[in-house]
Structure formats: structure tokens, C-alpha cells
Design a protein around this ligand. Structure first.
Ligand code: PFF
Length: 449
């Protein structure tokens, strides 16, 4: 009965690779190809990259394993998963609020994610028709200066997300990611090779990999940590929801390693594809959110068959965004339909509508609201991004680590871990108990006190 309830509301992964594909689909997205390069660019490059990698290994990976353990153990949406595992461990059901905070963060993230993904959709057509007559920075300025244009593409992207989640994610996205994510990988490698040959490769490598710690501030630490949570899709229950439908014979640790490595690889490849072009065309590495659009469009404008390869690149980027955006909507929808509050379709419509309305603020912060500041000199979009990436996700992740490390019954954990090398188990537990929560707490402390 329970299982039927889950399958009806959510679906189960069928096949050995489907969990990895869906989880990688959730992880690999705009955060890797749009976010990582521009954040590395605005934070001085190498030192940011190194701190980011450290956060993935020390904080992200142990928390990813923990989230999947909770999800698979309970087999429910995150709110109920936290509740049920807490009950099974004789702990307070207040832990379910970690799940609620995830639903809230998911809606907030989806609101601006859809605006940026809408720009990707728009760029499919721009790249197909661009002749290079307008410089790529001017092209980006003209795209973002029109509120109606941004809202139009935001609406299309949000509708696509809601449609896929309404249909149940198994058939739609499960099939799509199988073909399209490998294609994105191949195209990324092509862009890296293109950048190596035609761009200023050595300057880019120095910028990305030679760390200069003199400019590292507590803000750099917080941004790198936030980016690690965002990119792996942690701290808000996405991966917990996906883990709920992973079969018991799958190994959580190896799956997590695979997903985290793929995610990191794509982020680094995006950096290596983008920065050589930025330096070769004397563009600014710290130019912010327009970085990927500006650099890639100038590359496509120069290259042979750019009008074919360009649109293809933005199509794949949009698909990567779509396979992430559905995982942002999923925890809330899974909860509402699992509880029988509303049907899956209605839940998807209502939650995505909320996110769409909030997204209007993000679309306007590129133009008429650009001077309108909300949190510490940040415009609307940057404020929402700050609250989610740098506060809610790390906080959610910290509570998950504390729960699994200190409160969850050990026998439940070892059940889920299956046969695992005892040294590895010990190490993971040590990281979950101490290193991950203390690192998050330390970074918060440095930044806010
Ligand atoms: N990981 C996605 C990206 O890098 O674009 C975004 C994301 C998905 C964030 C799922 C958070 C999440 F729970």
C-alpha cells in the first residue's frame, strides 16, 4: 500500500543507470556552465576554484551520501522522509522542517533559475541568426534590457518544467537525459578543444588554476560553499526525493562519487571552454552573469558552422537546465501529491505558478529594477540567490549532516550503506559528524559575525 502510494505520486527509477542519470541531470545545469565560470571570474579565479573543490569533497560529498541514505530509507518525499526516519530513530518529528525549508528553497531557486534558463532558450535563436554584426556584449545587453522578452522566455521555460513534472518524471526526463546529457558532454569537449586552439589558453589556465589567496575573503569562502551546494543540488531535498526511488541493490557511495565527479568535471570543462575566449577577445573575466552568453556567442560568431553549433550548444544547455529545474519543483510536488492534498498535475501547476510570479522580480532586476536593492546592495535576483545558495542550502545541508551524524539510528544507516569498506565508512561518518557541519558553521561565523 505504502509503495503503491509512492509509485503513484512519484515513480521509481527502473534500470541501473536511471538514478545516476537523473541525479546528474539535477546536478549538472546552469550552476555548472553559467554560474561556476562567472563566479570564479568575479572572485579572482584560482583560489575560488580550489576552495570550491575543497567544499565539494569535504562538505558536499558526505552530505550527498547522507541525503540519499535518508531518502532511500524512507521512500517518501523529503518532508515525510525526515519525519519517518526521525520516528524510526526515536527522535523529534520537528526534523521534518528540514524538508519544509527544502520546498521553500526550491521555489525560490526555481524562480530565478527559470529566468536565466529562459535567456538560454532565447540564445538558441540568437545564435542561429547572429552574423556578428552586433558585438556579443551588446547583444547580451539588448536581450536583458527588455522585460517583456525576459518574461516571455521565463514563461516558456516554467511551463516546460511544470509539464514534465506533471507527467511524472520517469518517462519524460528519464528518457531525455539518457540521450541529451552525453551529447552535452561531447559538445563541451568540442568547445574546450576549440578554445584551446583559438583562445588564449595559457592565460586562462593561469587564471583558473594558479591560486592567489591574497584576495580571499570570508565572502569568497561563503560564495564557493554556496556554489558547491547549488551545483550538487544539495540541502533542499532534491537528491533525497530522487534517492527515495533508488533500488536497494544500488550502492549509495559509488553513485554519489559518480554524480559529484561528473558535476565537477562539467564545471571545470565549462571554465576551460569559456576563459580562453574571454582573454583572447580582451573581454572582462569578471563581467558577471553574462559571461557564458557573451563568450560563447563571440566564439560561435567566429567559427565555421557557428550558426549550427551555436544553437545546438544552447539547446543542450537548456536541456541541462530543464533536468535541474524539475528536481527543484519535485520535492514540493511529491509532498502534496503523496499527502493527497492535490493531484500531481495541480500541485505542479500551483507551485510553478508561485515560482513564476516571484521570477518576475528577477527578470526585472536586469532592467527596470536594476537599482532596486534588497539585501546589502544586491538587486532582487542576487538577493534571492544569496538567501538560497549561501544560506538556506548550506543550512539545510548542515542539519542533514547533524541528523545523520548524531541522531539517526546507526543500524538504519548501515542497512542503507550495504557492504562498504570499514575505513571508508569510518571516514564518511567522521566527515558527516564533525567536518561538514563545522565547516559550514565556521564559514557562516566568518561571514556574519
Ligand atoms: N544543480 C543545479 C545546477 O547546478 O544548475 C541547480 C539545482 C538543482 C540546485 C537542484 C539545487 C537543487 F536542489
Amino acid at each position: 500500500m505504502e509503495i503503491e502510494k509512492q509509485l503513484k505520486s512519484h515513480g521509481a527509477w527502473i534500470g541501473k543507470w536511471t538514478f545516476i542519470l537523473a541525479a546528474s541531470g539535477s546536478a549538472v545545469g546552469l550552476g555548472n556552465i553559467w554560474g561556476f565560470p562567472y563566479k570564479a571570474g568575479t572572485n579572482g579565479g584560482g583560489a575560488f576554484v580550489l576552495i570550491y573543490l575543497g567544499c565539494i569533497l569535504v562538505i558536499g560529498l558526505p552530505i550527498m551520501i547522507s541525503e540519499i541514505i535518508i531518502g532511500r530509507r524512507a521512500g517518501n518525499s523529503p518532508v515525510n522522509a525526515m519525519r519517518r526516519v526521525a520516528i524510526d530513530s526515536n527522535q523529534s518529528t520537528l526534523w521534518r522542517f528540514v524538508g519544509w525549508s527544502g520546498i521553500f528553497a526550491g521555489v525560490l531557486i526555481l524562480s530565478f533559475y527559470s529566468v536565466i534558463a529562459g535567456i538560454c532558450l532565447n540564445y538558441i535563436f540568437i545564435a542561429a541568426s547572429s552574423s556578428g554584426a552586433i558585438s556579443s556584449p551588446d547583444q547580451f545587453s539588448s536581450v536583458i534590457s527588455s522585460p517583456l522578452n525576459l518574461l516571455f522566455w521565463h514563461t516558456i521555460f516554467m511551463t516546460l518544467t511544470a509539464l514534465i513534472v506533471s507527467a511524472g518524471i520517469k518517462d519524460g526526463i528519464g528518457r531525455m537525459v539518457k540521450i541529451l546529457m552525453p551529447m552535452l558532454g561531447v559538445l563541451m569537449i568540442f568547445m574546450v578543444i576549440y578554445a584551446m586552439i583559438n583562445g588564449d589558453f595559457s592565460q586562462a589556465m593561469t587564471f583558473l588554476f594558479a591560486p592567489d589567496f591574497s584576495n580571499v575573503t570570508s565572502d569568497t569562502l561563503l560564495q564557493a560553499m554556496g556554489q558547491a551546494f547549488f551545483s550538487l543540488g544539495l540541502g533542499m531535498g532534491s537528491i533525497m526525493a530522487y534517492g527515495a526511488y533508488m533500488s536497494k541493490d544500488q550502492n549509495i557511495v559509488t553513485n554519489s562519487f559518480t554524480v559529484a565527479s561528473l558535476d565537477t568535471l562539467v564545471a571545470i570543462l565549462a571554465g576551460i571552454a569559456i576563459f580562453p575566449i574571454i582573454f583572447a577577445f580582451s573581454l572582462e573575466p569578471n563581467s558577471g552573469p553574462g559571461l557564458v552568453f557573451v563568450s560563447m556567442l563571440s566564439a560561435f560568431n567566429q567559427m565555421q558552422f557557428g550558426q549550427i553549433i551555436g544553437p545546438l550548444f544552447f539547446i543542450l544547455l537548456s536541456v541541462a537546465a530543464l533536468s535541474s529545474s524539475i528536481s527543484l519543483l519535485e520535492p514540493g510536488v511529491a509532498y502534496m501529491s503523496e499527502e493527497g492534498i492535490l493531484s500531481r498535475k495541480r500541485s505542479a501547476q500551483i507551485i510553478s505558478f508561485l515560482a513564476w510570479v516571484l521570477g518576475i522580480g528577477s527578470a526585472l532586476s536586469f532592467n527596470i529594477w536594476s537599482d532596486y536593492q534588497i539585501i546589502a546592495e544586491r538587486n532582487f535576483l542576487d538577493s534571492i540567490e544569496f538567501v538560497t545558495n549561501q544560506i538556506l542550502l548550506p543550512l539545510g545541508g548542515m542539519f542533514i549532516a547533524i541528523f545523520v551524524g548524531w541522531f539517526m539510528k546507526k543500524s538504519l544507516i548501515t542497512d542503507e550503506m550495504g557492504s562498504i569498506n570499514p575505513v571508508l565508512f569510518f571516514l564518511w561518518r567522521f566527515f558527516v559528524k564533525f567536518i561538514a557541519p563545522l565547516s559550514v558553521a565556521y564559514i557562516f561565523y566568518k561571514q556574519f559575525f
